[in-house]
Design a protein around this ligand. Sequence first.
Ligand code: ATP
Ligand code: NAG
Ligand code: NAG
Ligand code: NAG
Ligand code: NAG
Ligand code: NAG
Ligand code: NAG
Ligand code: NAG
Ligand code: NAG
Ligand code: NAG
Ligand code: MG
Length: 676
Amino acid sequence: MFFKLFTIFFFFLSLFSQSLKFSSQILDFTYNGFLDAQANISTQGIATITPNGLLKLTNLTATKTGHAFYPKPIRFKDSPNGTVSSFSTTFVFAIHSEIWKVSAHGMTFVVAPNPGFPFSGPSQYIGLFNTTNDGNNTNHVFAVEFDTIMNSDFNDTNSNHVGIDINSMKSVNSSAAGYWDEKDQFKNLTLYNSTRMQVWVDYDDRTHQIDVTLAPFRNDKPTKPLVSIVRDLSSVLLQDMFLGFSAATGTNILTEHFVLGWSFKVKGKAPPLDFSKLPILPVWDVKPMRVYVFYKKWMPLIALLLIPLLFIISFIFLVRFIVRRRRKFAEELEDWEIEFKKNRLRFKDLYYATKGFKDKNLLGSGGFGKVYRGFMPVTEKEIAVKRVSNESRQGLKEFVAEIVSIGQMSHRNIVPLLGYCRRRDELLLVYDYMPNGSLDKYLYDSPKVTLDWKQRFKVIKDVASGLFYLHEEWEQVVIHRDVKASNVLLDADLNGRLGDFGLSQLCDHGSNPQTTHIVGTWGYLAPDHLRTGRPTTGTDVFAFGVLLLEVACGRRPIEVHKDSGERVLLVDWVFGFWVEGNILNGKDPNLGSEYNEKEVEMVLKLGLLCSHSDPQVRPTMRQVLHYLRGDAMLPDFSPSDLRGSESMSGKYHGFSESSTFTHGSSISHSILSSGR
Ligand SMILES: Nc1ncnc2c1ncn2[C@@H]1O[C@H](COP(=O)(O)OP(=O)(O)OP(=O)(O)O)[C@@H](O)[C@H]1O
Ligand SMILES: *[C@@H]1O[C@H](CO)[C@@H](O)[C@H](O)[C@H]1NC(C)=O
Ligand SMILES: *[C@@H]1O[C@H](CO)[C@@H](O)[C@H](O)[C@H]1NC(C)=O
Ligand SMILES: *[C@@H]1O[C@H](CO)[C@@H](O)[C@H](O)[C@H]1NC(C)=O
Ligand SMILES: *[C@@H]1O[C@H](CO)[C@@H](O)[C@H](O)[C@H]1NC(C)=O
Ligand SMILES: *[C@@H]1O[C@H](CO)[C@@H](O)[C@H](O)[C@H]1NC(C)=O
Ligand SMILES: *[C@@H]1O[C@H](CO)[C@@H](O)[C@H](O)[C@H]1NC(C)=O
Ligand SMILES: *[C@@H]1O[C@H](CO)[C@@H](O)[C@H](O)[C@H]1NC(C)=O
Ligand SMILES: *[C@@H]1O[C@H](CO)[C@@H](O)[C@H](O)[C@H]1NC(C)=O
Ligand SMILES: *[C@@H]1O[C@H](CO)[C@@H](O)[C@H](O)[C@H]1NC(C)=O
Ligand SMILES: [Mg+2]
């Protein structure tokens, strides 16, 4: 009897202790929002609890995982080798995608042996597994995935599905997201469209049936589950397990995962959630969504219209570019030019040679136009291009003919003409580039570099022989018309070469005798030239005489006195010294002492003789050359011999006062422009 009582007592005691033991074990919990739970829910990775109580598993950070676990283990089995008890859970969640209607990676509800997945991968592994342990039975993981990306490695059927996962990302059963309504109709749901949805997961320990049911928020639990499978979880789950959520982000499009409320119960039905207590979701800007929808809808059409339009526009631009280029470099060859084809150069080549007639390449400008330096890549030759604007176009043909014929002359003291190019109202003359520039730069305005007497005398002889060639040695008599220091160019070896011959002709060709323009440069113009308006070899000799005086004196043909403004003719000035008794006083002080007095004196006297106002008195170039070379002696003459004709006293040439002129500069231009 006592024994009986004793056993009964012990039975109750053991029952009591059993119940005590159970009461220490958590059997259920409920979260209506997670605010109070900040102390008792553990978040890992980028998971956080927002200030208003949302469990935010991920934010918009690429390739990251977020986990949240109930911090205490749940006892799923009464004994270590026992069977898994029935359990039930429900929760409300939402997935927001950065781009409206475009899905990325999803989230899971998970039962795991540890409250964390430190080695799990982001993206398609949703923070559960990694490449090495995916599918391994030692994982002891049960999960329900809300997968919003299709991954064929895991046999996913679409990018919006719910699956039951055991130890692997490959679901044991899955279904497109949705639910069965009262009328047994299947309704699709989009997991990632930022709306709230409720999930129920139930396990029955007798039938081993696992049911996953999904429904829109505030809907009753559908009677028919979305996915189910019959599987005894006893081999999967251990006695004590941790419950939680896992989510991950990928690289391109990012998603945010939220849990609003959650309840769980072992051996029973999960307590219902109090919807009124659930936190609210952030309000997402709908505008980008609308914009996105708009683009998605209209993009194909816009693209369809825009692409051909862009194509047409770029085509038009291309055509315009080509046409403009064509026009810019159009070669206008007139009939009469055909015979000069050989000497014609392409404008395009000259354009590129002078880098588009850039100011950087400007060598200087004179009465007819600007001179540019250039480089011909084919012949590797440096050139000087003279751009002459020829608005009248009168006599152009004759002029070109002459230029070309003269260009065929080859004499070592003449700047070679390489060719010409005519384009609309422009004439381009191409010469060899003379590296040492023009003689004038070495003579006046306190030059940086000057030439010694030997060099000067050489240049004078060079010019004389060039001019002699033009006058007498060439098939026809060619009058230079513009002999002056700036038209004497010095080549690399400081040989003097005459340039710019015949150019002045362009301006008076075709004009009748009454309106003949006189072209040349003041100070170099012979009085007879002014009187008759006709250039002769004699007028060239006159200009050469002035050049001789310039070279010997280092002065301009006409110098203007700084203070009085009085114009002094070089010829008069030298003549004055001669009358005073020593013509050598007129020599250039820059010559120093290294000079031949006889030669300087001879050059000065010859200069005066050549620039005598009476053409009859002037020697020919042949004679001049003899004197300079020393083949003949300059006849002995005195100042009074020269004074014989006209007004030799004071005003040697007798025109300086009556004509209005600007000193020293090329007057051809001013005369020309007033004459046109
Ligand atoms: N072939 C050349 N090589 C190097 N420099 C040159 C060449 N031709 C001309 N130049 C430079 O270009 C400058 C301008 O020459 P341009 O012939 O246009 O003027 P100008 O000789 O002063 O007057 P004009 O128009 O009466 O000839 C010259 O002063 C000279 O320095
Ligand atoms: C955890 O949070 C829930 C919900 O707020 C609360 O009921 C429960 O008492 C908390 N448990 C602990 C151990 O803090
Ligand atoms: C995401 O959360 C992590 C951890 O809380 C934080 O460091 C990060 O700045 C957050 N990123 C964004 C884009 O909010
Ligand atoms: C549980 O099962 C394992 C082997 O499956 C065995 O070794 C162990 O003794 C069992 N424990 C109990 C309490 O039955
Ligand atoms: C995968 O996870 C396991 C632990 O679950 C870890 O031992 C392993 O190193 C991980 N592998 C990689 C590649 O991270
Ligand atoms: C599963 O994981 C365990 C422990 O991590 C390991 O020993 C075993 O080799 C793995 N099995 C397979 C098939 O990879
Ligand atoms: C994945 O699907 C293919 C074809 O449907 C099938 O052959 C394969 O067995 C499946 N793999 C798993 C793990 O379900
Ligand atoms: C529901 O989703 C499935 C699978 O994604 C699709 O085939 C079906 O057309 C959808 N039904 C409706 C009504 O949108
Ligand atoms: C999201 O989808 C549900 C049904 O799939 C629909 O009722 C709801 O209006 C959608 N949300 C938005 C913001 O369009
Ligand atoms: C997968 O779930 C569906 C829906 O509950 C069910 O009809 C089907 O039989 C399940 N498949 C397996 C293999 O259990
Ligand atoms: Mg010139």
